[in-house]
Design a protein around this ligand. Structure first.
Ligand code: AMP
Length: 556
């Protein structure tokens, strides 16, 4: 087995790697680290995210740069803010034992002056998104004229996102003497062009087979009617109750629509797309990472840079236009040795595309049938039984057991099971027709009123509304994930153009009033106030109009 010791890394870096618990180098590290340490060369490396490529270029860069020199020596371009922050964090970990190395992240949507100040204090390495870096070069806030290493990370993603011109322009400010290290999961013609135009005899390094989807991913497809995709999605989720998945749609509108429907149907879902502000996207991503959201519905662009471990399923609600995009989507699951499933919904007329993907990526995509509603229901019961069996026993309940046992003494085992099942699934029809399947799970909003009498409720005003692209479902989801409350805890959400109202139990009053204190969305302070007793929005004009629009937007 090849060890980190044999790759030529210095003791401080070896120590950092050991402290991080890395036992052996990954294949990309095995190939890239010695090449970069020993030869002053350009490289083009084909490697997916999750293969350890950050350490593959990060460790040699940290070893080769001169900590005494204050000029910027390393530049890493990455497609998204999330990746930028992730890369910076990872490099900081690797450099923990080295003499002070300054690594500065530069990305859009954050204060440019703050970033500029950090660079002025000295940045050995700058990790940047192309758009923001170009802007800073234009304003003469950065100097990359003496860099020795330039990494293009996730080059295919950056080009997909339309950063070609920005990258080209940025490279003209770098010296010819630098070494360029390009990393990409796929090799579309645009990446070839960059390699040809801007690199000198790059060494090509491939990990695994070119363009292959991850080995740990099972690929499946379901033939569905064009209008039955949502139904199919619910069936897939119904069959996989512990799913932690990413659903890919093609448009922002569809993405939001699918997420809204899932939320209405009682699932912990959220949408992420380009119409959300950076802060809204961060909130959604944090909730997803912490698994408060079970299903993330995303456009390809918004999903870039999502590096969340443990994703069990990727659902291609529609197929993407480019086969490369399918590789990216399915590569979000099956990471770190775990198994994942990539599911495709296709209409009859699109079936031929399955063959094309199979041929191009050299994978097998298995045709599967959607289960019947009864089958799904049976599966949910099995899941419930398994969960029941795995419930940890709460020792503080033990003193009550005897009394409960006495109270239930007249029931035989079968009756007890019947009662437990009926209790757990009281709102669900055991023989549902397709349309009514999981109807009971819809009760999230409609059950509010039953649960909480008015005297226990607080009603709040929040200065977010339809102009911020919120509907009641997305606002409710945002508030509850931000406050880390459950789905029943926020109710009666009423969205107006510039502001909204929502209710909670009185016990959450302080939490709600204080939680948003430091939150800025697009540089706007979020203000949350208690409304006067039970008061909601009631425009003076046109009563008729009010009740109509309120009905449309409220959560019950
Ligand atoms: P990357 O492909 O750079 O995004 O890395 C994916 C994950 O693998 C990161 O969380 C790294 O910390 C981790 N990683 C990188 N190299 C190794 C290694 N040799 N052994 C174990 N984990 C690693």
């Amino acid at each position: 087995m090849i060890t980190f010791n044999s790759l030529g890394l210095n003791p401080s870096l070896l120590k950092a790697v050991e402290e991080l618990g890395f036992e052996a180098p990954t294949s990309v590290q095995e190939k890239v680290i010695p090449t970069l340490l020993n030869d002053q060369t350009d490289i083009v490396a084909l490697a997916q995210t999750g293969t350890g490529k950050t350490a593959a270029f990060g460790l040699p860069m940290l070893q080769l740069l001169n900590a005494e020199a204050s000029k910027t020596q390393g530049l890493i371009l990455s497609p998204t803010r999330e990746l930028c922050l992730q890369l910076t964090h990872e490099l900081e970990q690797y450099s923990s034992g080295l003499k002070k190395i300054n690594i500065v992240a530069v990305y859009g949507g954050a204060n440019i002056n703050e970033q500029s100040k950090k660079i002025k204090r000295g940045a050995h390495i700058i990790v940047a998104t192309p758009g923001r870096l170009k802007d800073m070069i234009r304003r003469k806030l950065v100097d990359i004229s003496a860099i020795r290493f330039c990494v293009l990370d996730e080059a295919d993603e950056m080009l997909n996102m339309g950063f070609y011109e920005d990258i080209k322009s940025i490279l003209t400010y770098t010296p010819d003497t630098k070494n360029a290290w390009l990393f990409s999961a796929t090799m579309p013609p645009e990446v070839h062009t960059i390699a040809k135009k801007f690199m000198r005899n790059p060494v090509e390094i491939t990990v695994g087979t070119k363009n292959a989807g991850t080995k740990n991913v099972a690929h499946q497809f379901f033939q569905v009617g064009g209008r039955a995709r949502y139904e199919a999605l619910r069936a897939v989720v119904g069959m996989n109750p512990s799913i932690f998945g990413c659903v890919f749609c093609r448009t922002k509108i569809e993405t939001q629509k699918v997420a809204d429907k899932l939320i209405q149907d009682g699932y912990r879902a959220a949408a992420i797309h380009g119409d959300l502000s950076q802060n809204q996207r961060d909130t959604v991503m944090n909730s997803f990472r912490k698994k408060r959201i079970q299903l993330l519905v995303a456009t390809d662009v918004a999903a870039r840079g999502i590096d969340v471990e443990d994703i069990t399923h990727v659902v291609n609600y529609q197929l993407p236009d480019e086969i490369e995009t399918y590789t990216h989507r399915s590569g979000r699951t099956g990471r770190a040795g775990k198994l994942g499933t990539s599911i495709i919904f296709v209409t009859k007329s699109d079936r031929r595309k399955i063959k094309l993907i199979e041929n191009k990526l050299q994978i097998k995509i298995k045709e599967c049938e959607l289960p019947s509603p009864q089958h799904i229901f049976k599966n949910r019961i099995d899941h419930w039984v398994a969960q029941l069996k795995n419930t940890p026993i709460k020792s503080d309940l033990l003193p009550y057991i005897e009394e409960v046992e006495q109270n239930l003494a007249d029931l035989d085992k079968k009756t007890l099971i019947e009662l437990m099942l009926s209790h757990a699934f009281q709102a669900v029809e055991a023989n549902p027709k397709r349309e009514t399947l999981q109807k009971g799970e819809k009760s999230e909003a409609s059950s509010d009123k039953k649960i909480l009498p008015a005297q226990y409720k607080d009603r709040f005003f929040i200065n977010l509304g339809a102009r911020d692209h919120y509907e009641w479902t997305t606002l409710k989801d945002f508030i509850r994930s931000f406050l880390e409350l459950g789905k029943e805890d926020i109710f009666q959400v009423e969205v107006m153009k510039n502001f909204s109202f929502f209710s909670t139990h009185k016990k959450h009053r302080n939490l709600v009033l204080n939680a948003f204190d430091d939150l800025l969305l697009d540089n706007r302070k979020i203000s949350v106030e208690l409304t006067k007793k039970g008061k909601t929005f009631s425009p003076k004009k046109s009563k008729k109009k009010k009740s109509k629009s309120a009905n449309k937007k409220r959560a019950w």
